[in-house]
Design a protein around this ligand. Structure first.
Ligand code: CLF
Ligand code: SF4
Length: 480
């Protein structure tokens, strides 16, 4: 699938969905346009499937699936599923009834929550009764919440009819390799049809089932995202091949995520010193695959019980003790009202982006630069430097402003203690950026950034607009 630029907004379409005429003009048929629109509608409020939506809409995970049918070398069962989470203990397991109650509470308290995902802490399809019961309860009471499932794919073909029947429109498969020899280095065992398989034999079964599952999702017209964990020295050189294989089988989106590995996680990789990739290595592989299909770069490897916008986690506000005391406040009309407001705001942002682009120089010779953006969401530069916990990194070339990654930092404001140390770390984390775009910044960090050759821009406006204005000024100064 190729990212397409229409006006100022990047849209996603599959190769069969967008074709150009011989003259290079856009000659989409009305059926194709309609297909694009339908596709857009399906992803418009999904914060993972649409990069743009993740500034506005939230997801929640319910941890109802403890068991797993394989053993990945990057996972320790007492931690979150590394498929969809960073290693952190899942605070509490829920029954389907508790999960449904929680979803209805959150749907009222956070009306911009549009997607409910089951992503662990084990594999949802190794716990089919709990998983499907949860989805059933939620679909029944909250029809406007999209259902999302993340699996290792081993049992996908067995449950595809059930998935379709429940209207689960988004499924993620974590597929790290298509080569059983490489698979044997990633999976220590696979439990299939009451038997445990090890090494290449186990990996072969898993990989075959994953590719069959992908095919089955395409046939059932369910949008499939593939997650691949990048493991340097094991599958990093092989991910372009994985990308090709999944594209051919109709995957919608590819999310290459860095291996998170530390001895204290108690995983095989953690204990044997297997490192994860640097952000530069990760970006290189993502860029190699990007010409071929739409890549997801805004993944936060969230917990199996995460709640909120992707960059935030509000799960601790809704512990079992808390949410069981709360009454469900799900209100369909109120939620629709909030969503309409968000959509109106998105239109305004879109118009502002288009306006910002008008008349900007479009040249292949324009250098690409990185900028670090402080944002609380909404597609705006709207956060104080001292409060930033993660910068969003954008690549700018004068005509395009492209999200490339996020980088976590320790918050600068430490209440008067420790700012020196955090400042040094922040400088290191964004050393390759030409500027930080913030709503406000104090004199002290501003001076430090300038000393490090990083400019500061204070604004409260649409990210793309601020980034393009900075770029123009940067190029002028470069010319001088
Ligand atoms: Fe959850 Fe996954 Fe659905 Fe999103 S997460 S089940 S597709 S609703 Fe999203 Fe989290 Fe990355 Fe997953 S940021 S880890 S990709
Ligand atoms: Fe862990 Fe998920 Fe792998 Fe199962 S599929 S071993 S839960 S990372």
């Amino acid at each position: 699938m190729t990212p397409q630029v229409t006006g100022s907004s990047v849209t996603e379409s599959t190769p069969t969905q967008a074709k150009s005429g011989g003259c290079g003009c856009d000659s989409k048929s009305s059926a194709t346009v309609e297909m694009d629109e339908k596709l857009q509608e399906r992803i418009a409020k999904h914060p993972c499937y649409s990069e743009e939506a993740h500034h506005h809409y939230a997801r929640m995970h319910v941890a109802v699936a403890p068991a797993c049918n394989i053993q990945c070398n990057y996972c320790n069962r007492k931690y979150d599923c590394a498929n969809e989470s960073r290693p952190g203990v899942v605070s509490e397991l829920l029954t389907p009834e508790e999960a449904a109650h929680k979803a209805l509470v959150i749907a009222g308290k956070i009306p911009q929550m549009t997607v409910l995902g089951i992503a662990g802490p084990g594999d949802p399809l190794a716990n089919p009764d709990k998983t499907f019961r949860t989805f059933e309860l939620i679909a029944d009471k909250a029809p406007d919440i999209k259902l999302c499932l993340s699996t290792n794919g081993l049992m996908l073909t067995e449950y595809i009819d059930r998935i379709k029947q429940l209207n689960i429109d988004h499924v993620t498969i974590t597929l790290n390799t298509i080569d059983p020899e490489i698979g044997a280095q990633i999976y220590s065992w696979v439990h299939y049809k009451r038997k445990r398989y090890r090494g290449v034999e186990g990996a072969k079964i898993l990989l075959e089932k994953q590719l069959e599952g992908l095919q089955a999702l395409r046939e059932a017209d369910i949008l499939c995202k593939v997650n691949s964990v990048m493991i340097p020295g094991i599958n990093d050189q092989h991910l372009v091949e994985v990308n090709k294989a999944i594209r051919e089988r109709g995957a919608f989106l590819h999310n290459i995520m860095p291996l998170i590995s530390a001895p204290e996680h108690g995983t095989h990789f953690g204990l044997t010193g297997q490192r994860g990739p640097s952000s530069k290595e990760l970006k290189l592989v993502q860029d190699q695959c990007a010409g071929n299909m739409k890549m997801m770069r805004h993944c936060r490897q969230c917990r199996a019980d995460a709640i909120g916008l992707l960059g935030e986690d509000r799960s601790q506000e809704f512990t079992k003790e808390n949410f069981l005391e709360m009454s469900p406040e799900y209100d369909f009309s109120k939620r629709q009202e909030v969503h309409e407001g968000i959509e109106k705001f998105r239109e305004e942002i879109k118009a502002a982006k288009e306006k910002a682009k008008t008349g900007k120089p479009q040249s292949a010779n324009n250098p690409k630069i990185l900028v670090a953006v402080a944002t609380k969401g909404g597609g705006l530069v709207n956060q104080h430097f001292g409060h930033v916990k993660e910068f969003q990194i954008y690549e700018v070339d004068g005509s395009e402003v492209r999200f490339v990654s996020h980088r976590k930092i320790d918050q600068y404001c430490q209440g008067g203690y420790g700012e020196e140390a955090t400042a040094d770390n922040i400088m290191k984390t964004i050393a390759d950026c030409k500027a930080v775009l913030v709503s406000k910044i104090g004199n002290c960090p501003k001076e430090k950034l300038h000393e490090a050759g990083i400019q500061t821009v204070e604004a409260y406006d649409v990210i793309e607009k601020v980034a393009l204005e900075f770029y123009e000024q940067y190029i002028q100064e470069l010319g001088k």
